[in-house]
Design a protein around this ligand. Structure first.
Ligand SMILES: *[C@@H]1O[C@H](CO)[C@@H](O)[C@H](O)[C@H]1NC(C)=O
Ligand SMILES: *[C@@H]1O[C@H](CO)[C@@H](O)[C@H](O)[C@H]1NC(C)=O
Ligand SMILES: *[C@@H]1O[C@H](CO)[C@@H](O)[C@H](O)[C@H]1NC(C)=O
Length: 944
């Protein structure tokens, strides 16, 4: 036992470094705040966070931290028992193991991780589920709340071994897991010396004695580490001071308790009595691996003691006094008493007692009680984890790939084999992704799985060449690449390994693979230096792996060399001022120096600009191959281009800053003297325009479900620009030629050359140049020159109408008419068949098509006020998809469109949408009135 008078803390600079480290890597749209805090409001709708009124902590939605689960609001009946906004909603999970990944941490640093659970009858079942929470690979706790109004915090303090930590919710057969919020707070390394690499602390209680109102909670900003100090109400007498109470007299403080907590304390009501607190061990089934209990007690004298009085007290735990003679706390300086070796009892009875010599009663200011757990299990090797995570992202592997790949063994990922040893980290020893529908090239991340012995990628749709670097995997003995679309030749390094007999390579059934090394176009590039540019830091690569291409808007295979059909009603002059603004953005390009290509390298990539994919106002777009065989599209600015430096920079700047799976992204760029180029991943299915026209390669017609999915994905891309980015971005040129499709027909929005970012405080940007494409331009914008995100909504509505009708934005026959007027005329007669693309036959759900057409008309309402937002559109398109999925093709549903009542098609302000058939399970209205009840801790200490 030690009694220490804690002294000053030295955390400032460290915290700053952490913030910088954390800030630098995160995307513009999911950053931790400047304090290094991560605060996730789980289940928050939309893409934007908010600042909590009371704590001024910024909460983010889950996006970017987890990719499974559904959002729910707690039942209205329990709203009043949730005093923070983040308790109003939650995310629930249908899967077995569902993990949040908290990134950009400092390996070896200490953190508080806190998960909060409030059931609030969100599912209307009135039956709170029980499930397990895992933090990293060492802490497991059963969350088992029994009352809908209850809230539970589960908080641990740990040293994180890696630069990330995963928090997983695991279904144990007693209902779907859910979570209300998740917080991460950095802790100075000197704090809580009981927290080491070998053990962590799980909070049982953290009590601030004194306050008599249960809402009187101390946390951030009073506590810079955002520990939450709850009052414990009982029959005690409060003593307090308004003067600051100090933690520190030097630099010996391990706990740094806020003055606000220390300023209050309690003494027993009856002077002759003691302050007693008791608690029991939680059953080990709830906290397996628990090693015992740590008790930390805080004492600061708050009263000036008269000369003839004596305050002297002792701490007695389970009848064992901690001190032989007792101690006397100092006036307005906190003393802390705590154990370092854990106590192991079933029942803990703690008593703060006055000694025989004392004339004054004992008191206590605050207490923290923790259970200790071992953190000796090691997760999978971190290089293996980041490689397999990148592979999972690239190929969008679903399976059960959540949490740590190997640990615990019972939850190891399917298709992987791991090695387990006692004193070192698990390694991935084999990967079998045979017949898993993998598309694209062979990820260079496979070459980072340094312990892999067997790699089976057979029977997928892999393209590109075989990465030479696979030969560097020291333990690789079996490599099965058969049954793919690989090209190029077998790299010499692999051939050498085969000859040595250290590798078995199976490569049959790859029609384009050159087995004899002759006439292999791609092979010629093997020795180029481009590998350097591909070997960019891991974080960037993760981004790049997700890459899509740009600018096949220029690729459209329109004959007659049609130039870009964007209009510029006035010549936009690039003033030196405008250039200066963009020069500031060069810094973001510079950060990505590793993605910069020289003109010479472009020549190599494109084989001297041999194959033209398309042409646009900017210049030509060429096909090329990177060193690893990945096909790319290279958009080279021609000198005579009327699209200038400004658009080039705008696009490069936006694409380096934002990343979303429904936006094209950039592999690299070139700014070499007068040459400027942007390099994108190749999008094999071309533009949506080609598919609507039926001029795409195979001429196949998109089915209605495919069209809906493309609409939804495009809407998500735009929603991200409008809501997920700060400042929001208006695309300004949304059209079917700017929506590109990859081999899975997944949509990505392209061509950000005209995009404008605008300050979120402004509702619009005033532009002096009208840009856009005829047929897609928002008429209100055209009239007022005021640009808002609703202008993109308008253009999106046109695209949606094109998807429904298969017609272009402007119909030429018999006389030119805009698609909106064309569709409105027909829909006003209640005739959906007259507008639906006849190429779809009757293979669609009528309700779903009606709803989509109705949404498209709402998007194209003349007044931007009446148009929905892209967020509304994402939700509504989800409903269309549900209708389509639920729809029986007999079309028995009755559709009552708002347009039925209103042939003039004037639209109500969104979102008063009662048009679709409602197929929600409406939960019974809860009549019962519930009394306001106190939010309690799950198991409180008994006080007597
Ligand atoms: C929850 O409530 C908010 C605000 O009332 C609403 O915007 C959101 O859509 C609701 N979320 C769900 C999943 O119902
Ligand atoms: C109590 O006071 C007596 C007399 O002043 C002193 O001798 C004794 O050591 C004190 N005991 C404790 C526990 O402080
Ligand atoms: C990979 O899995 C497939 C199907 O389960 C199996 O046929 C094949 O033998 C496995 N490959 C290896 C290398 O074990």
């Amino acid at each position: 036992m030690e009694l220490s008078t804690p002294l000053a803390m030295t955390g400032g600079p460290w915290l700053l470094i952490l913030c910088l480290a954390a800030g630098a890597v995160l995307q513009a749209c999911a950053q931790p705040d400047s304090k290094g805090f991560i605060s996730i409001d789980c289940g928050l709708s939309g893409k934007t966070g908010y600042m909590d009124d009371k704590t001024k902590i910024s909460y983010s939605p889950d996006a970017g931290f987890i990719d499974v689960g559904t959002n729910h609001n707690i039942s209205a009946k329990y709203m009043h028992t949730a005093n923070s906004k983040h308790l109003h909603n939650l995310r629930s999970f249908a899967g077995m193991r569902n993990c949040y990944t908290l990134r950009s941490l400092v390996p070896g640093a200490k953190y508080i991780i806190r998960a909060t659970f409030k059931y609030g009858n969100y599912d209307g079942l009135n039956r709170p589920p029980a499930f397990d929470l895992h933090v990293g690979v060492n802490y497991r706790h059963t969350v088992d709340i029994t009352n809908p109004y209850e809230m539970e915090h589960v908080e641990v303090m740990i040293v994180v071994p890696d630069d990330f930590v995963q928090v997983c919710l695991v279904n144990t057969g007693a209902g779907a897991p859910y979570i209300s919020s998740l917080d991460l707070r950095p802790l100075d390394r000197s704090l809580y010396p009981q927290v080491t690499a070998a053990q962590g602390l799980a909070l049982a209680f953290r009590i601030n004695f004194g306050p008599t109102d249960h809402t009187d909670i101390v946390r951030y900003p009073d506590d810079p580490h955002d520990r939450i100090w709850y009052p414990w109400l009982n029959d005690w007498t409060e003593i307090s001071t308004t003067q600051k109470v100090y933690n520190s007299l030097g630099n010996n403080s391990f706990f740094m308790v806020p003055s606000a907590v220390l300023q209050t304390a309690v003494i027993p009501l009856n002077v002759s009595r003691n302050i007693k607190i008791s608690w029991i061990s939680r059953p080990t089934t709830m906290d397996p691996g628990r090693l015992g209990c740590i008790v930390i007690l805080y004492f600061a004298e708050l009263q000036v003691i008269p000369a003839n009085a004596v305050r002297q007290m002792n701490v007695v735990l389970n009848d064992k006094p901690w001190y032989t003679t007792g101690f006397t706390p100092e006036y307005r300086y906190a003393a802390v008493t705590y154990n370092t070796l854990p106590f192991e009892y079933l029942i803990y009875e703690l008593s703060i007692e006055a000694t025989n010599n004392a004339t004054l009663p004992p008191f206590i200011n605050a207490a923290e009680i923790f259970f200790v757990f071992a953190t000796t299990n090691l997760g999978t090797d971190s290089q293996d984890v980041s490689a397999i995570t990148a592979i999972k992202a690239k190929y969008r592997v679903t399976k059960n790939w959540m949490g740590d790949p190997c640990v615990p063994k019972t939850m190891a990922w399917d298709s992987l084999t791991c090695s387990y040893t006692i004193d070192s980290r698990s390694r991935i020893t084999s990967v079998n992704l045979s017949s898993s529908g993998l598309n694209g090239d062979i990820s260079s991340y496979f070459t980072n799985l340094k312990a892999v012995q067997s790699l089976d990628l057979s029977n997928n749709n892999l393209i590109g060449s075989i990465p030479e670097a696979l030969a560097q995997l020291p333990f690789l003995t079996v490599l099965d690449l058969s049954g793919n679309q690989l090209n190029g030749s077998i790299p010499s390094g692999l051939l050498k390994r085969i000859q040595e007999g250290s590798l078995k390579l199976i490569y049959g059934n790859n029609p384009n693979l050159c087995i004899n090394g002759n006439s292999c176009q791609l092979h010629a590039k093997k020795n180029s230096k481009l590998a350097l540019y591909i070997a960019v830091p891991a974080v960037l690569l993760v981004v790049i792996v997700l890459v899509a291409i740009l600018l096949i808007c220029l690729l459209k295979r329109k004959k007659q060399g049609s130039v870009d059909n964007s209009i510029m009603l006035q010549n936009e002059t690039v003033t030196s001022h405008a250039i200066a603004n963009h020069v500031a953005d060069y810094s973001s390009l510079q950060r990505l120096e590793s993605r910069r290509f020289t003109y010479k390298e472009l020549e190599i990539i494109t084989n001297n600009f041999q194959q033209v994919l398309g042409q646009g106002g900017f210049g030509y777009v060429y096909s090329g191959f990177l060193e690893d065989g990945a096909q790319v599209a290279v958009k080279l600015r021609s000198h005579s281009s009327n699209q200038g430096v400004k658009e080039f920079l705008a696009e490069a700047e936006i694409l380096t800053r934002i990343h979303h799976m429904n936006l094209v992204s950039m592999v690299g760029y070139c700014m070499d003297g007068e040459y400027m180029a942007l390099i994108y991943e190749y999008m094999p299915e071309g533009t949506l325009q080609e598919h609507i026209e039926g001029s795409n390669r195979n001429g196949a017609c998109l089915s209605w479900p495919q069209r809906l999915r493309i609409a939804l994905e495009s809407a998500q891309g735009l929603e991200y620009l409008h809501k997920g980015c700060n400042p929001p971005i208006i695309h300004r040129d949304v059209k079917a030629t700017n929506i590109l499709l990859n081999s899975k027909l997944e949509a990505r929005i392209a061509d950000f050359g005209l995009s404008k970012a605008f300050n979120s405080n402004d509702t619009h940007v005033y532009t002096n140049t009208l840009v856009g494409t005829p047929g897609y331009v928002d008429p209100e914008y055209q009239a007022t020159m005021q640009l808002t995100t609703k202008s993109d909504v308008y253009s999106f509505g046109i695209v949606l109408l094109e998807l429904v009708t298969g017609k272009p934005a402007i119909l030429r026959e018999p006389e030119p008419i805009n698609i909106i007027s064309w569709a409105r005329q027909r829909l006003a007669q209640g005739n959906i068949e007259a507008v639906v693309d006849e190429r779809m036959g009757s293979d669609y759900d009528v309700n779903s098509v009606w709803k989509a057409a109705d949404l498209a008309l709402k998007c194209t309402a003349y007044s931007s006020m009446q148009r929905p937002t892209m967020t509304d559109m994402v939700a509504q398109l989800h409903e269309c998809i549900e209708l389509e999925n639920a729809g029986d093709y007999a079309n028995t549903g009755v559709y009552t469109s708002s347009s039925d009542n209103d042939p003039n098609m004037s639209y109500d302000a969104y979102p008063t949408d009662q048009s679709s058939i409602v197929r929600r399970n409406s939960t019974a209205f809860e009549m019962e009135h519930n009394l306001r009840r106190k939010t309690t801790m799950p198991t409180g200490p008994d006080a007597r």
